[in-house]
Design a binder for this molecule. Structure first.
Ligand SMILES: [Fe+2]
Ligand SMILES: [Fe+2]
Length: 219
C-alpha cells in the first residue's frame, strides 16, 4: 500500500493530481473552463523566460494551476451570476485568495504555493487585495500569475462581455505596466506573445469544430 502511495506521488503524477484539483473547481465555476490550465501553462513559460528554473519555477507552475482554488468556497449563485455583481457579492468573490491559501496551508509542503496563491490579486501599485502589498513585496510567483491571469481573462468571453482581441489585450497589459503589473514580467511577455496568440487561435478552431460536431449530432 505504502509503495502504491509513493508511486502516486512521483512528480508527473503530482502534476496530474494538481490538474484534477483545478478541474474540480472548473466543474463548479462554469465560466472558467480551461482557465486554470491556461494560466498554469502561461505562468510556467513566463517564469522560464524570466530566467527561473528548478523548484522555484515548478512551485510557481503549480501555484498557477491552483490560483483560484479558493473559489470552491464561494457560493455558486455568486460565482456563476450572469449579471453585474452587487458590492457584497464582489466582496465575497474577493475572499477567494484567502480561502485558497487556507485550503493549501493544510499541507506544510505547499506553504510556498499557498503564499503565492494568497497574493495573486495584489497589484504592483499596492491597490490590490487582500493586503495591498506593493512592488517586490509581492512574491514573484504572484506577480507572474497576476499578468497571465489578466491575459486569460481579457481574451476569454465572459457572460457580460465579449473577448477582446490579442492586440487589444496587449495594449491593455502594456498600458498597465508598472501600475497593475510587474514591469519586468510585462517586458518579458514580448518574447512569448506571438506563440500564445497562435496557440489561442488554434484552441478557438478546436472549439468551433467541437461545437459544429455537437450541432450536427443534434440535427
Ligand atoms: Fe483569482
Ligand atoms: Fe484566475
Amino acid at each position: 500500500m505504502f509503495q502504491y502511495i509513493q508511486g502516486i506521488f512521483r512528480p508527473h503524477h503530482f502534476h496530474d493530481i494538481i490538474e484534477c484539483l483545478a478541474a474540480a473547481l472548473e466543474a463548479k465555476d462554469l465560466y472558467t473552463s480551461g482557465h486554470s490550465s491556461r494560466v498554469g501553462d502561461m505562468s510556467f513559460e513566463l517564469g522560464r523566460a524570466m530566467g527561473l528554473k528548478g523548484s522555484e519555477l515548478e512551485t510557481i507552475h503549480i501555484a498557477a494551476h491552483l490560483h483560484d482554488i479558493g473559489k470552491m468556497g464561494i457560493p455558486e449563485n455568486i460565482l456563476n451570476k450572469s449579471g453585474k455583481l452587487l458590492p457584497h457579492e464582489w466582496a465575497e468573490i474577493q475572499r477567494h485568495p484567502e480561502i485558497g491559501c487556507k485550503i493549501l496551508s493544510k499541507s506544510k509542503k505547499l506553504k510556498k504555493i499557498s503564499e503565492i496563491v494568497l497574493y495573486h490579486h495584489e497589484r504592483w501599485d499596492g491597490r490590490g487585495y487582500p493586503h495591498g502589498l506593493r512592488e517586490d513585496r509581492i512574491p514573484l510567483g504572484s506577480r507572474i500569475i497576476g499578468v497571465t491571469d489578466a491575459i486569460d481573462a481579457i481574451t476569454s468571453v465572459r457572460p457580460y462581455r465579449n473577448a477582446m482581441s490579442w492586440e487589444e489585450c496587449r495594449e491593455e497589459i502594456l498600458a498597465n505596466k508598472g501600475i497593475q503589473f510587474d514591469p519586468v514580467a510585462v517586458e518579458t511577455l514580448e518574447k512569448l506573445w506571438k506563440r500564445w496568440e497562435v496557440r489561442w487561435q488554434e484552441s478557438q478552431k478546436d472549439n468551433k469544430e467541437f461545437k459544429l460536431k455537437a450541432l450536427r449530432q443534434l440535427i
